[in-house]
Design a protein around this ligand. Structure first.
Ligand code: NAI
Ligand code: MG
Length: 502
């Protein structure tokens, strides 16, 4: 039996944190929204209000951008040596590890994800990202470039490039990995010397606000990181359009990604986007069935399917289709669905009522269009936003459940005959191109197929493997740019060529 959400006792530090009204971090101070307004934050396992947070608006974004600009242009931040900057970023990683348990609890409470997952993945990965990026602060090198200049024969030049921070950046993040997404955004921005205005998702603002306190504790100068909680409209939109921002970085829906792009077009600010997905996960008949069954089930059900890279289109070779899909359905049935804070929970609630209804509408639409649920396909009733993990078969390529991102624990299993062009075409038949999976014991086939899949990440005989050193981002409408790895530095630096006549 899993505990009910009411039976779970919170760490005192978490209780204290959520009890106090949370404010905006602007210019090193915690301040109320200019409007004085706040908004409630809900526990998705009960639907009850757990905290109140300042509702930042256009004026607050403006104040935060001014603070970030001041910190970027003057003050101690631009005068720090790369090593000093790197040490601050490293220290933030250390502080996250020191507060691992508290942050994991806060994340689980706010987002609904299993505490075991937050503890093993979200929080340590966030710390790791800062530790990884800290090292780059001292390695942002340019080149010396021998030049020939045909119209200046005999003249001598000393030409070189330097990498400079892009400036003041606006970062807008989603609710599925609240702390980790903050880390993916802040890590490279801080390592490269940018200053930031961060807008967390309205569903899950708490861990970013706690991170703000840790940023202060680490000793970052005031105004280097500003955190404005609030809604997409007006806060996010005001940030994306603000003329005082040099770059905007966004993770979220493709729909809003396009709005960000339009908002940024006015003054051509730099943009990076990490958007939705509808990732194909392909199981060949020679795969290790046991590994592939568990792996493809986890590819969709991890984080309740609320992953941009979720393996939501499961292509299975005909001869093993029934066995593998039956196995995935068994895995789904075994999942313990309950409040994230119960240590036995394997799948928590959807993050919000809106998301719960959204996913439910997709399930209904699939079933009404003729798809069958091998397992799941029902709401779980009671308080909280719980849905059954669902495996659909008998879908058609034109169905909404195949074409659109569901962002919930719903996988469509699709049989295929041979590993041929038809399979590749079907797997790539999506406006998205974030991730893909291949399951096979034949390394040639696996690598050949990996080469043909139009996706920013291809996992072979594994899924959802993330590392601070591995670049992540999308082909097609899944986004622009790569986060993590040294690729992320390109998003936050610009190159200057200096040419001196000697
Ligand atoms: P969303 O894209 O609306 O929200 C993500 C972030 O963007 C939030 O911080 C939100 O406040 C902000 N935002 C919303 N409208 C904005 C605007 N006009 N200008 C600037 N910022 C804005 O995503 P939402 O509504 O929470 O989820 C809808 C769908 O988006 C999901 O079902 C899923 O398909 C997709 N999604 C994808 C994510 C990913 O990791 N790629 C994460 C979250 C959602
Ligand atoms: Mg939205």
């Amino acid at each position: 039996m899993l505990a009910t959400a009411e039976e779970i006792r919170l760490d005192d530090r978490v209780t204290d944190f959520v009890m106090k009204g949370r404010k905006l971090l602007i210019g090193g101070r915690w301040v109320d929204a200019a409007s004085g307004r706040t908004f409630p934050v809900y526990n998705p396992a009960t639907g009850e209000v757990i905290a109140h947070v300042a509702e930042g608006g256009k004026q607050d974004i403006d104040r935060a951008v001014t603070a970030a600009r001041r910190a970027y242009e003057s003050g101690p931040w631009p005068r720090l040596t790369p090593s000093e900057r790197g040490r601050l970023v490293w220290k933030l990683g250390d502080l996250i590890l020191e507060h691992l348990e508290e942050l994991a609890e806060l994340e689980s409470l706010d987002n609904g994800k299993p505490i075991t997952v937050a503890r093993a993945a979200d929080v340590p990965l966030a710390a790791d990202l800062f530790h990884y990026m800290a090292g780059w602060a001292t390695k942002l090198e340019g080149n010396t470039i021998p030049i020939s200049v045909p119209y200046a024969r005999g003249a001598q030049f000393h030409a070189y490039t330097v990498r400079e921070p892009v400036g003041v950046v606006g970062q807008i993040i989603p609710w599925n990995f609240p702390l980790l997404m903050a880390a993916w955004k802040l890590g490279p921005a801080l390592a490269t010397g940018c200053t930031v205005v961060l807008k967390p998702a309205e569903e899950t603002p708490l861990s970013a606000l706690r991170l703000g306190e840790l940023i202060q504790e680490a000793g970052f100068p005031e105004g280097v990181v500003n955190i404005v909680t609030g809604f997409g409209e007006p806060a996010g939109a005001a940030l994306a359009a603000h003329p005082g921002i040099d770059k905007v970085a966004f993770t979220g829906s493709t729909e809003v990604g396009k709005l960000i792009l339009r908002a940024a077009a006015n003054d051509l600010k730099k943009v990076s986007l990490e958007l939705g997905g509808k990732s194909p996960n392909v199981v060949l008949r020679d795969a290790d069935l046991d590994i592939a069954t568990k792996g493809t089930a986890s590819a969709i059900f991890f984080n309740h399917g609320q992953c941009c890279c979720a393996g939501s289109r499961l292509f299975v070779q005909e001869s093993i289709f029934d066995k593998l899909v039956g196995g995935v359905a068994d895995e789904a049935k075994k999942l313990k669905v309950g409040p994230g804070l119960d240590p036995n929970t394997q799948m928590g609630p959807m993050v919000s009522e809106i998301q719960y209804n959204r996913v439910w509408n997709y399930i209904e639409s699939g079933l009404s269009e003729g798809a069958k649920a091998v397992t799941g396909g029902r709401q779980l009733g009671g308080k909280g936003y719980f849905l059954e993990p669902t495996v659909l078969v008998d879908t058609k390529p034109s169905m909404k459940v195949i074409r659109e991102e569901i962002f919930g624990p719903v996988v469509a299993a699709i049989p295929f005959k041979e590993l041929d062009d038809d399979l590749v075409r079907a797997a790539n038949d999506s406006v998205y191109g974030l991730a893909a999976g291949v399951w096979s014991r034949d390394i040639s086939k696996a690598h050949l197929l990996a080469g043909k899949l139009k996706a920013g990440t291809v996992w072979v005989n594994c899924y959802n493997i993330f590392d601070a050193a591995l670049p992540f981002g999308g082909y097609k409408q899944s986004g622009w740019g790569r986060e993590m790895g040294h690729d992320a530095l390109d998003l936050y630096t610009q190159k200057k060529a200096v040419c001196a006549a000697l």
